[in-house]
Each structure stands twice: as C-alpha cells, then as structure tokens.
Design a protein around this ligand. Structure first.
Ligand code: NAD
Length: 311
C-alpha cells in the first residue's frame, strides 16, 4: 500500500514509518521538523518538510496515496495551556486542512492518532470509548475537536476514518524538553545522572503507559483491519501505574539511587487513567506484549542518550 504519514519524523511517526517500509509498503512523510528528527527515519521513507496547513503541498503529496496516518500535532499538554491558539491552529485547523485536501484528491482512508487525554477525570476505570469525554487542557480539546472533524468530514465525503486514542506512549528517542518532560524519560534521565526526581502531587496519580512498539503495532493493524470505519479505539497497555511505581521500577532497572522529592502543590492532571482494550482486541486483534519493566529496559538499551549515561 501507499501511505502518507503526517508527523512522520516524530516519536511515534518514525517507528510507524519504519515499520511500514519494513513490511514493503511505500511511505511518504510530511513533517515541519519543529520537534521531529529526520535521522530517526529509514532511508526508504521519503520525507518532505512542510506544514500541515499547506494545502497545495498536501494535494501533491496525496496523489496515489491509499491511506493517511495523521500524527502531526503539537503535543505538550502544559504548553497548550499557554498557547491554546497555536494548538488549535496545528491540531484542529491542520486536521481540517488535511481532510479537505483528502476530499479534493479522493483519498478514502485516514487513521488519526488521538489521545487518551480527552477522557480527563472520570469516575470509573478502565476508560471505555463510550465514556463522555472530559478534556482538561487545550491539547485534549484540540484532539477531541480533530476527532469530530475527521468523523464528520469523513461521513460527508465517504471516507473511511478511525481514531486511535493512544494513552501514554514511551520508548527510545522520546523527546526530553527542559521543562514539562514526560514522566518516563525524565525519571530515567534523573536516575542515570544520579540527580533528583521531583514527583508532582502525591505520586499516586495513575496513567496507562504503553511501549512504543505496542502502540505502533496497533496503528499498523488499523491500516488493514476490517469493520473499523467510524470507530474510536483505545490503544494502551490496559494497566494502571502510579508515578511512585514508575519511580520504583526506574530505580530497579537502572540500579541507581537518585534523590526523590515531592512537590505536593502541583496540579498533576487527572487522578487515574487506564485504557479498556476490549474494542482494540476485538477489532484490531491487538494485545500489548511488553511489560512496563521490559519496556524501561528496552528504552535504556535502545536510546543512545541513556546508553551514554551508563558508560
Ligand atoms: P512528536 O512531537 O514526536 O510528533 C509530532 C510530529 O509532528 C513532530 O515530528 C513534529 O515535527 C510534527 N509537527 C508538529 N507541527 C507540525 C506542523 N504544523 N506541520 C507538520 N508537522 C508538524 O509527538 P508524538 O508523541 O510522536 O505524537 C504523535 C501523535 O500522537 C500526535 O498527534 C499526538 O497527539 C499523538 N499522541 C501521542 C501520544 C504519546 O504518548 N506520545 C499519546 C497520545 C496521542
């Protein structure tokens, strides 16, 4: 098949692109490289630098494409509180631009990487796709709005659409910005440097952490799965893990003893998040294979930044 992947040079886009070309598919990537790194990509992936809102460029890139994976987005939740307009422009308008261009060119299938963050705080766990969304950040709102646009425009123009609500993906090469770093690469870095790990809140807040290979496996399955048109499907590990547990596992796999301090007054987001994977199993045949401990070990082994710290 011929794929266009938006956000192809990103943390999830690159392993997805590499996986697809490894299976013999043809892949064109679009990325503005604002956070993406082209060096993550296999040479067979044809990467074009450009913006998701560049309609003429999309028209050209969409020629002869069978299926689009839409991943291009701004992705840092706390940053979205400061710059909601920017998040709306890229994540919502960018999605609408892509859908318009797909309609114009006649591409009939899109797989959207949505986010578990749209659930926000919910009374019951695990989180089912039928739960009423309760987004708590402009980022989460932007992903929810993009889901609605994709499903509605898809409906209007006869395009097949599926929205995969990915939970907290982690693995090698995950971005580690100086502020608002994701929990797992942050804890690994601090532990390997024998620094300080700051736990926000009481550390009992839980998330569903899914290893990147499992998430990519689910995404790849969505390209050929039957009977998923219009569906929203959770992609996670199906397990709930607290920040305290992450820190314990990080100490175990790194064999280091960093200082641990608590910042009790910081808002650490929804208190619990765990994906219900019933639909993913039924519709995609997806089962996560990599435990959190194994995923942390693989992250250290396959991430050059962490390898250097170990030497
Ligand atoms: P990422 O930042 O590594 O990837 C996003 C990519 O989009 C980057 O390569 C970036 O350069 C590109 N991009 C940003 N703005 C662009 C623009 N205007 N035009 C073209 N390209 C642009 O993040 P990621 O973690 O790989 O996330 C990929 C997708 O998966 C996003 O849509 C995100 O919302 C979704 N998602 C990720 C997670 C996760 O845990 N990583 C969880 C849920 C959903």
């Amino acid at each position: 098949m011929r794929f266009l992947i938006t956000g192809a040079a990103g943390f999830l886009g690159a392993p997805l692109a590499n996986n697809l070309v490894g299976d013999g598919h043809s892949v064109v990537g679009l990325d503005d490289l604002s956070t993406g790194d082209p060096q993550r990509l296999a040479p067979e992936v044809h990467l074009v630098r450009g913006d998701i809102n560049d309609r003429p460029k999309l028209w050209t890139l969409l020629q002869d494409v069978d299926c689009v994976y839409h991943l291009a987005a701004r992705v840092i939740v706390p940053e979205s509180l400061l710059y909601p307009r920017e998040y709306n422009l890229v994540n919502v308008s960018g999605t609408v631009t892509l859908m318009e261009a797909m309609r114009d060119v006649g591409v009939h299938r899109v797989i959207f990487t949505s986010s578990g963050s749209i659930y926000g705080n919910q009374r019951n766990q695990p989180l089912r796709e039928s739960n009423r969304p309760n987004p708590r950040s402009p980022y989460a709102v932007s992903k929810l709005a993009a889901e609605y646009y994709i499903r509605t425009i898809g409906d209007l123009w006869g395009m097949e659409t599926v929205c995969l609500r990915v939970f907290n993906a982690y693995g090698p090469s995950q971005r580690l910005p100086p502020s608002h770093a994701p929990v797992i690469p942050y804890c690994l870095k601090q532990a390997l440097e024998n620094g300080t790990i700051v736990i926000h809140g009481d550390g009992k807040q839980t998330r569903d952490y899914v290893y990147v290979d499992d998430a990519v496996n689910a995404m790849a399955r969505a390209a050929t799965a039957k009977g998923i048109n219009r569906l929203i499907i959770n992609v996670g590990s199906g397990k709930e893990t607290s920040v305290i547990k992450i820190v314990q596992l990080v100490l175990q796999v790194t064999n280091m003893k960093p200082e641990i301090v608590y910042n009790q007054h910081h808002d650490s987001g929804p208190s619990r998040m765990c994906a219900d994977l019933t639909l993913a199993k039924k519709k995609l045949g997806y089962t996560p294979n990599i435990s959190l401990k194994e995923g942390l070990e693989r992250t250290i082994q396959n991430d050059i930044r962490f390898q250097k710290k170990l030497l």
